[in-house]
Design a protein. Structure first.
Lengths: 282, 285
């Protein structure tokens, strides 16, 4: 046996996890004094550049899982680590695109995109200085570049969020998050409220963005076909039959995920893991 | 179609006519009553006629004080100069000064409400007290205010503070709480600090509604201001109304009341236009 042969057969060295969920338990105290368990012992490693879809039935804790990674919620037990550091609050390393209220209603499209750049460089006081107005021109150029990438026109930049369609709002929300060049992009049912054709367009867009930026994406959806279509790995959350909270019922890599014909067996496995989820993808 | 139908849409003429009808009815009724009373008693002072009202307005707008006869020197001045020294103008300036002091004191109240809604420790510290404070009837503490702060400006401004600020604080607190949490999280993920989120995300979003809340509280603000002026003051619109009540000076009281309503209407209109201009994205519910 030559020295090079085993090297070819070995799997490539795996990168250290970017996100690590270590024995996560989440529960809430109810008014009657009892405890409602949401997540019951979640262990999950996510490596840089992965596109993870989290699926599961309504109320199984998908969004809770996302909020834990976001840092807007703390686990009752366990640790959430990003780059080996325990996180306690949301920060600019983790971009966020929720289903609703994804844009600031008081700001134009352009101001929504430049907001992050502005607050990062200018404090409450210094954003009244002349230098701010000079820099703002550069921020706007960057915003227009992001808008173009998202398939929007410069003429849309002066519109307010309520003047945009749902799909356009989500495109702006993605641009707003990506302009900060986050390491992780967290999307919580981001396309759920969109009509099928807009949704398909958004799926294509986010795949393209992911390929170009190599950002790690955690995508929560209730739609199995969408999860399979987008992700490199699908994580299924399901209620633990022996306990109250949910656990990871299936952690499924999606090889060659661009070939739609291969979905059926994977979708069947996911459906089996979740129970009776619908597979009504666009 | 029935007038009481929900789906009916009044035409332009109907809108215009109906919206002015009650004003016209009120004016007609007033002058009818005045004429009738003056036929029975030509010296009637309760419902002055148009001529008496005009004389009253002239006196208020061109004389230095209601009790003093205008001097020869004053008579020789221009109309504008006489208006600048008239009791209507000096009273308006005195009341407006107190009004704007009171209005200015509402802004710290807005900031307090904002901080209570954003920062949990602030909320916990202040909320229970403000809720209790809000239930205190401001006029019931008026004697205490006069004893504690004297009968000059401070007690009148404090009356406004006690009467209106708890409502503004609580309203701002509720408005802050109504901002979706996703917006706060979004702010943090874009690199904003706590204060950036408070001032550049939340305050900017709630500001038009806060202005609306202040606008809707202008009348209570004036009410407390008038109460203070009527009881202990030597100038101001309410002082003059209280003073003229003793002399049954309805020919000046009625123009004063209408003048106050007109001024308040102008402030309200200015605030509404300003709100619309500053916040084109804001759609009133």
């Amino acid at each position: 046996m030559t020295a090079s042969a085993p090297a070819l057969l070995d799997p490539p060295p795996r990168a250290d996890p970017l996100i690590r969920l270590d024995n996560i338990h989440v529960s809430y105290a109810l008014k009657d004094g009892t405890e409602k368990k949401i997540l019951d012992g979640i262990d999950l490693d996510i490596r840089p550049g992965e596109f993870i879809s989290v699926v599961g039935q309504t109320g199984c804790g998908k969004s809770t899982l996302l909020r834990l990674v976001l840092g807007s919620e703390t686990p009752t037990e366990g640790r959430v680590l990003v780059e080996d550091r325990e996180i306690h609050r949301p920060d600019r390393d983790r971009g966020y695109v929720p289903q609703k209220y994804s844009l600031f209603p008081d700001k134009t499209v352009c101001d929504n995109i430049t907001f992050g750049l502005e607050v990062e460089e200018f404090s409450l006081v210094t954003h009244f200085t002349p230098r701010f107005y000079m820099r703002r021109r550069q921020f706007r150029t960057e915003a227009f570049r992001q808008l173009a990438k998202m398939g929007l026109h410069e003429s849309d930049s002066t519109k307010y969020p309520d003047q945009l369609s749902g799909g356009m709002q989500q495109r702006v929300a993605i641009a707003q998050a990506l302009v900060m060049k986050p390491k992780i992009l967290l999307m919580d049912e981001a396309f759920s409220a969109l009509d099928p054709s807009t949704r398909a367009g958004m799926q294509k867009l986010i795949r393209q963005v992911w390929k170009e930026t190599a950002t790690t994406v955690l995508f929560v959806t209730h739609n199995i076909a969408e999860a399979l279509h987008l992700a490199t790995r699908v994580v299924v959350l399901a209620k633990n039959p022996d306990a109250d909270g949910s656990r990871i019922a299936l952690d499924l890599p999606v090889p060659g995920h661009e070939f739609a014909d291969d979905y059926a067996p994977l979708a069947a496995r996911i459906e089996q893991a979740t129970g009776h989820m619908r597979s009504d993808a666009s | 179609m029935s007038l009481l139908s929900i789906n009916v849409k009044p035409g332009r003429t109907a809108c215009w006519t109906l919206s002015w009808l009650l004003f016209a009815t009120g004016i007609v009724l007033y002058f009818y009553t005045a004429q009738k009373r003056h036929k029975e008693n030509p010296d009637d002072r309760v419902v002055p006629t148009l001529a008496q009202l005009a004389a009253g307005i002239y006196q208020a707008a061109m004389s230095p004080d209601g009790d003093e006869a205008p001097s020869a020197d004053v008579q020789s001045q221009s109309a504008f100069a006489r208006f600048r020294t008239s009791m209507l103008w000096t009273d308006t300036v005195a009341s407006a000064r107190r009004f704007f002091y009171g209005l200015a004191l509402l802004f710290p109240a807005v900031l307090l409400g904002l901080h209570m809604g954003i920062f949990p420790y602030f909320g916990v510290f202040f909320l229970r007290f403000i809720l209790f404070f809000d239930k205190i009837i401001a006029l019931s503490v008026l004697p205490i205010l006069f004893i504690a702060f004297g009968i000059d400006e401070l007690s009148k401004v404090m009356l406004i503070v006690i009467g209106v600020t708890p409502t503004i604080i609580l309203d701002t607190f509720n408005l802050t709480k109504s901002v979706p949490p996703e917006q706060l999280v979004k702010g943090f993920t874009l690199g904003a600090s706590d204060f950036d989120v408070a001032y550049r995300v939340v305050l900017k979003q709630i500001w038009p509604r806060v202005l609306n809340s202040i606008r809707l509280n202008l009348k209570p603000l004036m009410l407390f201001l008038f109460a203070g002026e009527m009881i202990a003051s030597t100038d101001g619109l309410a002082y003059r109304i209280a003073l003229l009540r003793r002399h049954m000076g309805m020919n000046i009281i009625i123009p004063y009341v209408l003048w106050v309503a007109f001024l308040l209407f102008l402030v309200d209109l200015a605030m509404r236009l300003l709100n619309k201009k500053l916040h084109p994205w804001f759609r009133e519910a």
